[in-house]
Design a protein around this ligand. Structure first.
Ligand code: ADP
Ligand code: MG
Length: 609
């Protein structure tokens, strides 16, 4: 049989190597940031401790990566641009325990086929180095060249020979932002390595080798974030898993996931399972659509992960996914609850200052005192406490957990040694104001009570025996037939939550009992909520979901409302109960329960500093 072009009837051709490389390049090299990633990872694999990345025009015109790693001998320089040429993998078994960032031997070949590339390298033990060029797949012979020990690779005019691909590149500023993101992630993942990055000659990142993770985060993202981080550190002995790193308070959340960094055995990755872990860890602390900020290292036995899933290696497969998930979520939740969730007064003051400036651009300062009221509502303030002060009485409601839990919390303002004494000021029968040793806080009474009721109900349901208040005369609630049908299969589960319902005829539900914790039980409202919930969920909600949603609704319905006047005793009992919880900083809808102002904020507001 004849082969090749022109053979009779043949329509299938085996592609030439050059075209194959260009196709492979489509997978590995999507844009300048992928070039940056591959080259810097090679430098890291070569054991570099200083890596310099220089970009021009967002990397489209030039990406140059220089390192002080091991360098290459002549023979390796000659092989570096060949496809599937790698020093990192020898045997199929090696795939089981890959420790290097690269291993496919595709990157340089791919990059070389779609750009004008040159490589300059010298091993520390050699006197002279070698230089080789690759112009769109045409590879030169290595020639001797003087150069510092280490490797420098220059990639010019990316996609100059594939115009279709070139058109996919975005504006230089966008491509640059992606490159910066890549280098920042790598810099965070590799303590012990220094990074310098420039764009069109300007220095944009500078990280010294000695810097630890927090110092790197401070360099990359600023002190405000770095100072607010709370450490995570947990080990699962049996599964040989370790989770370490930092979570940020919910106020650092954003619309995108750019400040969400997972490192798996030192390799950064975007992985759906891990993203979900984070989301779950922040559940109840973030409003829909916001992404938390966190920097996390996961250490796993390499044989329990498969990193060989996609060429960009951004995703992996875990063998023990369930177990891993539960472990991570628990560790994360614990840390998230310790972050300072209260909206800090400082940022409020700043935003008011900005608003003020926008209104009156000629004036750089506050116009008159009292601007702490952005839009002054008709406020009726009432001092709740009397003039003289008795020693703190026992709280009205039993407090399950005394202060021990609080002592471990990070230094959240006002929590340590805080005896929850007044005086309290109730404003508009909605907000509670109280002094802290170093400032003051404003509490939204409804939001706080809602959180407390929810957590207490949840604890009861989890313990398996919620206290039920039986109604002497069952309350009858009329519903539609279809609604009753939807309710029927869930009656047993609802009873487990202390909600005792029974069908009564074809379109009526009899309410026999409700959770005793509900202060103002509203049978009718609750049944309607339940029906709405089952309808809204479309498919049947899982038991967990049902519990969560039902409890939310119960908590909301039976909480102190905005507008309820409270005595000092009631206020103190509320604060005590809040403090006994793992976290009382947000309501179940993730709105803050309290806003804190430090003395510093006040000093700024009054221009004392
Ligand atoms: P891979 O990283 O998957 O092995 P690459 O195409 O990225 O494949 O690189 C091919 C080979 O070139 C590497 O295995 C390594 O031996 C060598 N190499 C590439 N970059 C460097 C560097 N900065 N320093 C030393 N050797 C390098
Ligand atoms: Mg590589």
């Amino acid at each position: 049989m004849e082969q090749g072009t022109g053979s009779q009837g043949a329509v299938i051709e085996v592609l030439g190597e050059h075209v194959r490389n260009q196709i492979a390049a489509g997978e590995v090299v999507e844009r300048p940031s992928s070039v940056v990633k591959e080259l810097v990872e090679n430098s890291l694999d070569a054991g570099a401790t200083h890596i310099e990345v220089a970009l021009e025009e967002g990397g489209a015109k030039l990406v140059r990566v220089t390192d002080d790693g091991v360098g290459m001998a002549e023979v390796d320089v000659n092989r570096a641009f060949l496809p599937h040429a790698t020093s990192k993998l020898r045997l199929p078994e090696d795939l089981e325990h890959i420790a290097s960032l690269g291993f496919r031997g595709e990157a340089l070949a791919s990059i070389g086929s779609v750009a004008r590339t040159s490589l300059l390298s010298r091993r520390h033990e050699d006197e002279l180095g070698w230089r080789i060029e690759n112009e769109g797949g045409r590879i030169s012979e290595a020639v001797e060249a003087g150069c510092p020990a280490g490797t420098q690779i220059e990639v010019r005019d990316l996609f100059y020979n594939t115009p279709a691909r070139r058109r996919f590149m975005k504006r230089a500023s966008t491509e640059f932002a992606r490159c910066l993101d890549v280098v920042q992630r790598l810099a965070l993942a590799h303590e012990g390595v220094g990074f310098v990055m420039t764009h069109d000659g300007k220095r944009v990142l500078d990280v010294e080798p000695e810097m630890d993770l927090v110092a790197r985060i401070r360099r990359a993202f600023g002190a405000e974030l770095a100072d607010a981080l709370v450490p995570v550190s947990a080990t699962h002995e049996a599964a040989r898993v370790r989770l370490e790193g930092y979570v940020a308070p919910p106020r650092f959340s954003r619309r995108d996931t750019n400040r969400q960094m997972w490192f798996l055995n030192g390799r950064y990755l975007r992985d759906k399972v891990l993203s979900r872990c984070l989301k779950e860890g922040y559940r109840g602390f973030l409003v829909e659509g916001r992404q938390p900020t966190a920097f996390l290292h996961l250490h796993l036995d390499p044989s329990t992960v498969d990193v060989n899933v996609s060429p960009t290696k951004a995703e992996v497969r875990f063998r023990e996914q369930r177990q891993l998930f539960g472990f991570c979520v628990n560790a994360l939740r614990e840390a998230v609850a310790k972050t300072d969730i209260a909206t800090p007064g400082e940022s409020m003051v700043r935003s008011m200052e900005r608003r003020q400036l926008a209104e009156d651009p000629n004036q750089g300062r506050f116009r008159e005192p009292g601007v702490l009221r952005p839009t002054p509502p008709p406020v009726v303030a009432r001092e709740v406490s009397g003039k003289k002060f008795e020693p703190t009485p026992r709280p009205l409601a039993p407090v399950e957990q005394p202060e021990e839990g609080v002592a471990e919390q990070p230094a959240v303002m006002g929590e340590r040694g805080d005896d929850l004494r007044g005086p309290f000021l109730q404003v508009a029968n909605t907000y509670l104001v109280r002094a802290l040793p170093d400032g003051f806080e404003i509490i939204d009474q409804h939001a706080l009570h809602e959180r407390i009721t929810l957590e207490e109900l949840r604890a009861e349901v989890q313990s398996g025996k919620p206290e039920v208040q039986r109604l002497l005369v069952p309350e009858l609630v009329e519903v539609a037939r279809a609604e009753l049908e939807r309710l029927k299969p869930r009656l047993e589960e609802l009873a487990g939550m202390g909600i005792e319902l029974e069908p009564f005829g074809e379109a009526t539900v009899a309410v026999h009992g409700l959770p005793a914790r509900l202060k103002k039980p509203d049978a009718q409202g609750l049944v309607n909520d339940l029906i709405a919930l089952l309808e809204e969920k479309g498919e049947t909600p899982s038991l967990d979901e049902l519990v969560e949603e039902v409890l939310h609704r119960c908590a909301c319905r039976s909480s102190i409302m905005a507008g309820d006047s409270l005595t000092e005793e009631e206020i103190r009992a509320l604060l005590e109960r809040g403090r006994a919880l793992e976290s009382d900083q947000t309501c179940p809808h993730a709105r803050p329960t309290r806003v804190r102002f430090a003395l510093e904020d006040l000093e700024k507001a009054f221009h004392r500093r």
